[in-house]
Design a protein around this ligand. Sequence first.
Ligand code: CDP
Length: 137
Amino acid sequence: MTDTPLPTVLVVAVALIDVDGRVLIAKRPQGKSLAGLWEFPGGKVEPGERPEAALIRELREELGIEVSESCLAPFVFASHAYDSFHLLMPLYLCRRWDGVVAAREHDALAWVKPDKLSAYPMPPADEPLVAWLRDLL
Ligand code: CDP
């Protein structure tokens, strides 16, 4: 908690869930903030952009897959104060996509059972989402 006003940054993220109930996480690349930590894929919503359109764009850019908006369901929000901004991050669920996921912008990808996600170090904003997913899946 802080008394200093912080700008709010909206980031959209997704839990891609495969037929075996595993979730995709991606390792943030060197050179970016929080490098080496495992995150749910996604990224910043640009000014004027619809959040779902931003997520579809990020999944195309980062993973090379096509997702239809009708397949995306917002599930839970992360809300976390970093030093210089407050992150608000809806986590969408997605079970259907076209294409094969590839690490175009991340250092690595991993398909992980929800009860094993806590073994992967994550950004502090992402960590609380793991318990929600474990309860859901
Ligand atoms: O990809 P883009 O540059 O649009 O955004 P980003 O660098 O992935 O996200 C902006 C900031 O949100 C990061 O610097 C992280 O601090 C935070 N973030 C996070 O905590 N958890 C994520 N899954 C994604 C971003």
